[in-house]
Design a protein around this ligand. Structure first.
Ligand SMILES: Cc1cc2nc3c(=O)[nH]c(=O)nc-3n(C[C@H](O)[C@H](O)[C@H](O)COP(=O)(O)OP(=O)(O)OC[C@H]3O[C@@H](n4cnc5c(N)ncnc54)[C@H](O)[C@@H]3O)c2cc1C
Length: 431
């Protein structure tokens, strides 16, 4: 489920895009480019697009298929901000920089919408998102956030939903209140990224699939990227966009991110009437528990539900059953409903859930540490990284002030320490 394969893993998304999936060729030769991007997820493809539009000769090397990683199998919720929260970003880079990044995340949602519209990417885009509180004491977190976003970041578009009104948005006894954001949205992520890849190629970049990078070396006149079959790509600038899988390419970068398993289940078709009973206005939903759950209904009227995390590299023994448990806790009326698809993917967490974006000189650039909230932040990261690649480095360099310590003991011990830490947070979520 997690290790690279030549086909898409068995997801609802893969099953509903069979007619759109293309087999792109592997790179079977050595070649030269201005920019080489490792990984065809959102971040890699957005960087490729920006650099191709700037007139650079760009190649994207993807070990598996376009969108094979987190980008093609996520919950599809497009939400502003960053996983670490704005206060922590402010503490790390100062108020003005953090405010700029918050607004860059809003602009990124607009850019994604424009891309979808301009290129007519049919990807089930639907407006609106509601963050809900499970615990009565966390209702205040929603009202605090509405106030804080208005005062600190100049964003007034959140709207509080009280318990009496909530069934008009989410019809579940589990939730106490909500916060609506009509700027946010949802998409079918694999449909979207397949369309995005076409746009990237249309801008002149070349994408090679089944092409695994094993390492790179920097020299005075450029970077040499090594491929598993012995071929090489020589480039002026390298973008590392391998996310949770970067360990095979750059050990130092990988020590700062821990791949954490995250899971999604999709029910059988429920029909439009049932879907609108559960989520009357068809918004995407997530809760504000520390270990959060998120859900939405699909264009063909199923419930797509995400949650659960594994920190030691494994997965629940029966992902379908595990997700069924989460679904019926939120919607007891679905007790007899079948979970037709269930899968997992890796999210790339950093120790303090802060973004890890940066550069080594003018040649090697990266963005990782999206921590499970990446659809919009990958767009932000690509803007900031590509402007740095073109010489305007101040916004990317602001991220250098963020300290992301390596996980002590690597993946195994890091996973263990995070699992223990998460048990503490899970208990806090429960009581
Ligand atoms: C189950 C799940 C649900 C999620 N839900 C949401 C959500 O609802 N909203 C949200 O905002 N975020 C969500 N996320 C997070 C979001 O999907 C990610 O943050 C984002 O997609 C990361 O994009 P990326 O381009 O950095 O990485 P990826 O999409 O993982 O792309 C990395 C690519 O690099 C390739 N690669 C790796 N190693 C090599 C190599 N050596 N050579 C060549 N290629 C290589 C991989 O095959 C992969 O295609 C979710 C993530 C998961 C796993």
């Amino acid at each position: 489920m997690f290790r690279s394969s030549s086909t898409y893993i068995d997801t609802y998304y893969a099953a509903t895009t069979r007619d759109r999936q293309k087999n792109r060729p592997a790179l079977t030769d050595s070649l030269q480019a201005d920019v080489c991007v490792v990984g065809a997820g959102f971040f890699g493809l957005y960087c490729a697009l920006e650099m191709a539009q700037a007139g650079k000769k760009v190649v994207v090397l993807e070990a598996s298929r376009v969108g094979w990683g987190a980008s093609g199998r996520n919950g599809g919720q497009l939400v502003q901000g960053f996983a670490c929260g704005m206060d922590r970003l402010k503490a790390a880079m100062g108020h003005d920089r953090a405010k700029d990044m918050f607004h860059e995340s809003l602009r990124s949602i607009t850019k994604i919408r424009q891309l979808i519209q301009t290129h007519q990417i049919d990807c089930d885009l639907a407006d609106g998102h509601v963050e809900v509180a499970v615990l009565p004491r966390r209702v205040k977190d929603l009202t605090d956030m509405i106030e804080d976003c208005s005062k600190q970041w100049g964003y007034d578009n959140f709207q509080f939903i009280d318990k009496a009104d909530l069934p008009n948005y989410v019809n579940s006894p589990r939730y106490q209140a909500g916060m609506l954001d009509m700027d946010a949205a949802q998409i079918h992520p694999l449909k979207y990224i397949l369309g995005l890849a076409d746009v990237v190629e249309g801008a002149g970049a070349r994408i090679f699939e089944q092409t695994r990078v094993t390492g790179y070396t920097e020299g005075a006149d450029g970077v040499t990227v090594q491929l598993s079959d012995g071929n090489r790509v020589r480039c002026d600038q390298l973008v590392l966009a391998a996310n949770a899988y970067v360990d095979k390419v750059d050990r130092k970068l990988s020590s700062r991110v821990l791949p954490v398993g995250s899971f999604i289940g999709v029910t059988e078709v429920l029909g439009e009437r049932v879907c609108r009973e559960l989520i009357p206005r068809n918004h995407a939903i997530y809760d504000n528990q520390f270990i959060l759950e998120y859900f939405r209904t699909t264009a063909d009227h199923r419930l797509l539900f995400g949650g659960r995390c594994t920190y030691m590299g494994g997965e629940p023994s029966n992902v379908h059953e595990a997700m069924k448990g989460n679904i019926t806790r939120a919607f007891p009326s679905l007790a007899k409903t079948k979970v037709e698809y269930a899968w997992g993917g890796h999210i790339d967490i950093t120790m303090r859930r802060m973004p890890d974006w940066g550069r080594r000189g003018d040649r090697v650039f990266w963005a990782q540490g999206f921590c499970g909230h990446g659809i919009v932040p990958t767009r932000v990261a690509a803007t900031v990284v590509s402007e740095a690649m073109l010489g305007q480095t101040d916004r990317l360099d602001a991220f250098a002030g963020i300290i992301n310590p390596p996980f002590p003991g690597g993946e195994l011990m890091g996973g263990l320490s995070q699992a223990i830490g998460m048990t503490w947070y899970r208990l806090r979520d429960l009581f």
